[in-house]
Ligand binder design. Structure first.
Ligand code: PEP
Length: 252
């Protein structure tokens, strides 16, 4: 399976800054065999859509979505609207949304299933908190999140889900999960996927690691068993650093 690197711009780049990032990123040399995506704030999708592909980023993504296709949901954005922008994927259940906005596993499942119906790949984020890790509950928490977040989500087809394992304590902290710990969690995630979808489908579902990935440590993750790519926040904000990270992920 080709490795996948996704940049998560979080709430940093509006259309003007997004345009500047993309122009700068165009100068980066990128590995041909790497899939690269950027999860863009909704207001910057128009700016990104017209130019990201030319900058070597074929996969345009969103950071959140609502589960209905239309209706009286002021402020929300539907899967059908994202599809009009030609989105390939959309994050759901990022821990910053779970913590700041009270997003639940049930909401995540509804969003993921709605994205699939619109033909957009959901990237389902799961991961334990620091307190849960200290209590030795990592695998229990991740398994429970997966069971709930994948309710009604299909395991095959072009919009098959990807899973992002993002320990909450590792996000933006500069303290990444060790590759060995990531391997163990990813292995457990693969087992859940095999049980739910069967071996053939489960092997096609990418499991990404996210949490303080940078150009120096990315190669270790990407070469770890069951790690099919990475989701990158802080180190994606500088286009040169992100270019460096992509090259380090898959050295020539
Ligand atoms: C993220 O935003 O999903 C993330 C992993 O952030 P960071 O790389 O900054 O830890």
């Amino acid at each position: 399976m080709r490795k996948l690197v996704i940049a998560n711009w979080k709430m940093y780049y509006g259309p003007v800054k997004a345009g500047a990032w993309i122009r700068a990123f165009r100068r980066e040399r990128l590995p041909k065999d790497l899939d690269i995506g950027v999860a863009v704030p909704h207001v910057s999708l128009a700016a990104a859509r017209s130019s990201l592909g030319r900058a070597g980023v074929p996969l345009l993504g969103g950071q959140d979505v609502f589960w209905a296709n239309d209706g009286a949901y002021t402020g929300e954005i539907s899967p059908a609207m994202l599809k009009e922008f030609g989105l390939s994927f959309c994050l759901v259940g990022h821990s910053e949304r779970r913590v700041n906005l009270g997003e639940t596993d049930e909401m995540v499942a509804k969003k993921a299933a709605a994205l699939q119906k619109a033909g957009i790949q959901p990237v389902v984020c799961v991961g334990e908190t620091d307190a849960q890790k200290k209590k030795g509950e990592t695998l229990k928490v991740v398994r429970a999140q997966l069971a709930a977040c994948l309710q009604g989500v299909k395991g095959d087809g072009a919009a098959r889900p990807a899973i992002a394992y993002e320990p909450v304590w590792a996000i933006g902290s500069g303290k990444p999960c060790s590759p060995l710990d990531a391997k163990n969690v990813h292995e457990a995630i693969r087992e859940v996927l095999v049980k739910k979808y069967g071996k053939a489908s489960a092997q096609e579902i990418r499991i990404l690691y996210g949490g303080s990935v940078d150009p120096r440590n990315v190669a270790e993750y990407v070469s770890t068993t069951h790690v099919d790519g990475v989701l990158v926040g802080s180190s994606s904000l500088d286009p040169r650093a992100f270019g460096m990270l992509c090259r380090a992920a898959l050295p020539a």
